[in-house]
Design a protein. Structure first.
Length: 321
């Protein structure tokens, strides 16, 4: 082969080597000025970070085994993780919280989450449940518990942490708002494209309560106003043809899957309410569940995943007449 031919092939070899040997490094995606999220590719939960000059606030911190997420946190900021929050007790049990608490982070949690994790810890101690995972907060001495909601201001950015007052996916779901940046972090309360995964036992969740919880959270969002205006100048005006509705402008980050928006939450809640109505009719008429599940009237609601389990839970919870 001539020297000129070799030189001609070098760029091809370089590109091929790059494609084969250097896969994209997992990183946090920036969704607003201070909010970033790491989308998990497995069954583990997405991680959200609020980054400020005072430190990092992590929502649903990764477990020790989730090396790609932990590496991504190190690359995201040189500031320490100062606060950690779990959006429900099941995510608190992933084992990721203790690492950061041991390094000096403050664990923030609702009373309901701490009670559920303590119940789970007692079940493990009694041999009722297998000790397959550590339970965050059970041994931690540095934590802050709240009843309804609390506010933080890392670097002057307001963050509101709200304990959902209705039983939903569990008996202690938590959501996190960053009002000035229009970011809503909902954990498992809402996952785009699917009905909720209700942990009724032992988590104390409720399918009917989830309907009320979703409305509670959705209704709260338009009322949120930043206590401290953002330090950054306003962004360039959006062209009329590109203008978004209020619901579409609110970024929603779930525990699983890609980011969504508030309109997606409203659409799911609307479908779930209509499904509840059809289920209530069937229960009142004394229909059997298996027969009801084959009903043509349910076709409009089957597009969301988790359809059958959610209908079963509605069927069980609705009062029999």
């Amino acid at each position: 082969m001539t020297r000129s031919a070799i030189h001609a092939l070098l760029p091809v070899f370089a590109v091929t080597a790059g494609l084969l040997g250097f896969a994209a490094v997992p990183r946090f995606e920036k969704v607003s000025d201070h909010c970033y999220y790491f989308q998990s590719k497995e069954e583990t939960a997405n991680v959200v970070a609020v980054v400020s000059d005072e430190g990092v606030l992590l929502v649903n911190p990764p477990a020790d085994s989730e090396h790609s997420a932990l590496d991504a946190i190190r690359r995201l900021s040189t500031r320490p993780v100062r606060w950690v929050i779990n959006t429900d007790y099941r995510l608190a049990r992933s084992g990721g919280t203790d690492r950061f608490v041991e390094q000096g982070a403050l664990l923030l949690g609702s009373r309901q989450i701490f009670e559920l994790t303590e119940t789970a810890r007692a079940s493990v101690s009694a041999g009722v449940e297998q000790p397959d995972r550590k339970i965050a907060g059970s041994d931690s001495t540095v934590h802050l518990m709240f009843q309804h909601q609390m506010r933080l201001f890392p670097g002057g950015t307001e963050v509101r942490v709200l304990a959902v007052q209705h039983k939903a996916c569990t008996g202690g779901d938590v959501v996190v708002f960053v009002p000035s940046e229009k970011v809503l972090i909902v954990g498992n309360l809402f996952v785009e494209g699917r009905y909720p995964d209700i942990d009724s036992t032992p988590g104390g969740g409720s399918a009917l309560g989830w309907l009320d919880a979703m409305k509670e959270v959705i209704d709260a969002v338009p009322l949120l106003k930043a206590a401290i205006p953002p330090k950054i100048p306003p962004k360039a005006e959006v062209k009329p043809g590109e203008e978004k509705s209020l619901e579409e402008s609110i970024i929603v980050i779930s525990a699983h899957g890609p980011q969504a928006n508030l309109q997606d939450m409203k659409d799911l809640l609307d479908a779930a309410h209509k499904l509840r109505g059809e289920t209530a009719k069937a229960v009142s008429a004394g229909r059997e569940l298996d027969s009801f599940l084959t009903s043509p009237a349910l076709e409009p609601f089957r597009s969301y995943e988790g359809f059958v389990p959610f209908v079963r839970q509605l069927f069980d919870e609705l009062p029999k007449k």
